[in-house]
Ligand binder design. Structure first.
Ligand code: NAP
Length: 507
C-alpha cells in the first residue's frame, strides 16, 4: 500500500454519474474518542491522506449524542481522556457531558482534524471490492469513496434500543423519547412521567426529573447495584498545579488508573472478592432508603459487577422522595394516555422516557459492511461478534474495528482501550507501508485461537457467573461478546505490536 505523506488532505475528487468519488488511502468512520484518537495519531505519524465520515454536523460521538439532563461520565475525567491530550481544567472528578463534548471539539481543532472530516455523511454501505482491493463506501446522501483501509470508530453503544415487548407504544399520545434523543423543549415541570429502565443513563436523569416533575413512575425490571460516587470539584489550586507541573496530573491519572485496575481482581480473577464491594453498596442503599419495601425492591439479587456497577450520590435520595414510585411488576401495555402494569394497575402519564440502553450485542447493523464474497459482517457474526484482538475479522480485509468485540470494560476507562487499539492499527499501517502491502487479512485460525482463549477466561468472570442477565452476553449464545475479561494492561501488551504472522498478506 502506498500511504502518501502530504500534510494536507489531497483527496482526488471526480464526478462520476453525478456522485462524488473521493479516493483516499484511509477512511475512519465516526468522530468520537475512537475516530478522533485514530486521526490524531495518523497525523502525528505523517499520514495525512485520510477522511473521516461523520453522520452528524459536529464531532463528539456518544458525548455529542447523549445530552440528557444529568449526563456525565461515570469514569474519572483525568483517566477518561486522551493520554496525549490531558486537560488540566476538568471542573470535577466526574465531568459533565458538555465539558467532555467541548474537550473532544477542542482535540479536533487543536490537531487540525476538521479538514479531514466529511460532516453529515452517514455511512450507508461499505463493500470490499476484490477486483481493486479497495473498500467502496457509500454515504446516506449518495457520496462515494474508494479507500484502501477502513477503520471503524462507530462504537458499541450508539444504536438506541427500544422495548419490543410492550404492546400499544405506537398509540401513546403524550411525549415519548429515548434518553439518547432527549427532547429538551419538553418542560417536565408539573408533568407525570414514566421512565422505563434503571441503567447507567436512567440513574443520571431520574434525579433531575424528580426535582421538576409532578410524579415519576420508574419501571424497573432489574435493580442495578449503585455505589457512592467519589465526585468533587477540582480546586483552583489543583488546576494551577496541573498547568504548572504537568507531571503532577500524569501522576494523578496513574493513581486513578491503578485504583480502578485493582478492581479487575474481583471482576475477572476471583469473583468472590466482589462480595466485599457489595457490602459498601448495601450500606449505600440503607443510608438513603428507609422504607423496607422500597429497600427490598432496590436491592439486587445477583452479585455486584455482573451488570455494570453504577455510581451516584443522588439516585437513592431521589427515589426516596414522595413523587417517585418504583414499579417492579412489569408493563403489560401502553394506552393513549397511560401505562398499565402486569397487575392491571393503570397510571396516567404525560410522557414516557426510555432509559432502555443500546443494541450493544450487535453494535453494527445488518446491511452495512460487506467483506469478501459480499458477506455481511452480521452474517459472519451469526453466533455473536468476534474479532482478532477486538480489531480485525477474517473475511474482511483491510478493516480495523476500534471498540470492536470484547474491548469493552466494566472496571476502567474505554479511552485506555481505544488508545491501545489505535497504536496497533498505526503499527499495522506502518508495516503495510514498509512492506508495500495491498491487502492484509487476519487468518481464521489466529482469530479462532484468540477467541477460544478469551472465552475460556470469560466463563469464569463475574459477568458470566454473577447470576444476572445482561447485554454483555450475547442473547443467542450467552457468550461474552462485549467485555475484555482481563486487565487493561494485558490488552495493551497484546496489541503493542502489529503481529504480521497472524495475517495473510498480499503485496
Ligand atoms: P443499560 O445500562 O443497558 O440499561 C437499560 C435499562 O433498561 C436496564 O435497566 C434494563 O433492564 C432496562 N430495559 C431494557 N429493555 C427493557 C424492556 N424491554 N423493558 C423493561 N426494561 C428494559 O442502558 P443505559 O443506561 O443507556 O447504559 C448503557 C451503557 O452506556 C452503560 O452500560 C454504559 O456502558 C454506557 N453509559 C455510560 C455512562 C457513563 O457515565 N460513562 C452513562 C450512561 C451510559 P434490565 O437490567 O432488566 O435489562
Amino acid at each position: 500500500m502506498h500511504l502518501s505523506e502530504e500534510t494536507v488532505v489531497q483527496a482526488k475528487q471526480t464526478t462520476a454519474s453525478e456522485v462524488l468519488v473521493e479516493q483516499v488511502d484511509i477512511a475512519i468512520i465516526g468522530t468520537g474518542f475512537a475516530g478522533l484518537g485514530m486521526a490524531v495519531k495518523l497525523k502525528e505519524a505523517g499520514i495525512a491522506n485520510f477522511v473521516i465520515l461523520e453522520k452528524a454536523g459536529d464531532v463528539g460521538g456518544t458525548w455529542r449524542d447523549n445530552h440528557y439532563p444529568g449526563c456525565a461520565c461515570d469514569v474519572q475525567s483525568h483517566l477518561y481522556s486522551f493520554s496525549f491530550a490531558q486537560n488540566p481544567n476538568w471542573s470535577r472528578m466526574f465531568s459533565p457531558q458538555p465539558e467532555i463534548w467541548a474537550y473532544l471539539r477542542g482535540v479536533a481543532d487543536q490537531h487540525g482534524l476538521r479538514p479531514h472530516i466529511r460532516f453529515n455523511n452517514e455511512l450507508a454501505e461499505a463493500r470490499w471490492d476484490e477486483a481493486t482491493s479497495l473498500w467502496q463506501l457509500r454515504s446516506a446522501d449518495g457520496r462515494r469513496y474508494a479507500v484502501r483501509v477502513l477503520i471503524s470508530g462507530m462504537g458499541g453503544l450508539s444504536r438506541a434500543s427500544f422495548p419490543k415487548d410492550i404492546p400499544g407504544l405506537d398509540g401513546f399520545k403524550g411525549r415519548m423519547f429515548h434518553s439518547q434523543q432527549w427532547e429538551h423543549d419538553f418542560d417536565f415541570a408539573g408533568k407525570r412521567v414514566a421512565v422505563i429502565g434503571t441503567g447507567a443513563s436512567a440513574i443520571q436523569f431520574v434525579p433531575q426529573l424528580q426535582k421538576k416533575a409532578a410524579r415519576v413512575d420508574l419501571y424497573q425490571r432489574t435493580p442495578p447495584w449503585v455505589m457512592p460516587k467519589p465526585d468533587r470539584a477540582i480546586s483552583g489550586f489543583e488546576h494551577q498545579l496541573f498547568k504548572a507541573l504537568p507531571f503532577t496530573q500524569s501522576l494523578f491519572r496513574a493513581g486513578i488508573y491503578a485504583m480502578l485496575e485493582a478492581r479487575v481482581l474481583g471482576f475477572a480473577v476471583n469473583p468472590k472478592l466482589m462480595k466485599l464491594i457489595e457490602t459498601v453498596a448495601r450500606k449505600h442503599i440503607n443510608k438513603y432508603i428507609k422504607d423496607p419495601v422500597l429497600r427490598r425492591k432496590l436491592t439486587p439479587d445477583y452479585t455486584i459487577g455482573c451488570k455494570r456497577v453504577l455510581v451516584s450520590n443522588d439516585y437513592y435520595p431521589a427515589l426516596a422522595q414522595a413523587n417517585v414510585d418504583v414499579l417492579t411488576d412489569g408493563i403489560r401495555e401502553v394506552r393513549a394516555h397511560s401505562v398499565v402494569d402486569q397487575t392491571g394497575a393503570e397510571r396516567e402519564v404525560d410522557a414516557i422516557i426510555f432509559g432502555t440502553g443500546f443494541a450493544a450485542a450487535d453494535p453494527i447493523p445488518t446491511g452495512l459492511i460487506f467483506g469478501k464474497g459480499g458477506t455481511d459482517l452480521l452474517d459472519a457474526w451469526k453466533d455473536g461478534p468476534e474479532a482478532y484482538k477486538g480489531t480485525t475479522v477474517a473475511g474482511f480485509p483491510n478493516l480495523f474495528l476500534i471498540v470492536g468485540p470484547n474491548t469493552g470494560l466494566g472496571h476502567s476507562s474505554m479511552v485506555y482501550m481505544i488508545e491501545s487499539q489505535v497504536a496497533y492499527v498505526l503499527d499495522a499501517l506502518r508495516q503495510m507501508k514498509a512492506r508495500g502491502t495491498r491487502v492484509l487479512e487476519v487468518k481464521p485460525q489466529a482469530q479462532a485461537e484468540f477467541n477460544a482463549a478469551l472465552q475460556k477466561k470469560a466463563v469464569g468472570a463475574i459477568w458470566s457467573v454473577g447470576g444476572c442477565k445482561s447485554w454483555y452476553l450475547h442473547p443467542k449464545t450467552g457468550k461474552n461478546v462485549t467485555l475484555w475479561p482481563g486487565a487493561t494492561w494485558q490488552f495493551r501488551r497484546q496489541l503493542a505490536r502489529f503481529d504480521a504472522q497472524a495475517y495473510q498478506i498480499e503485496s
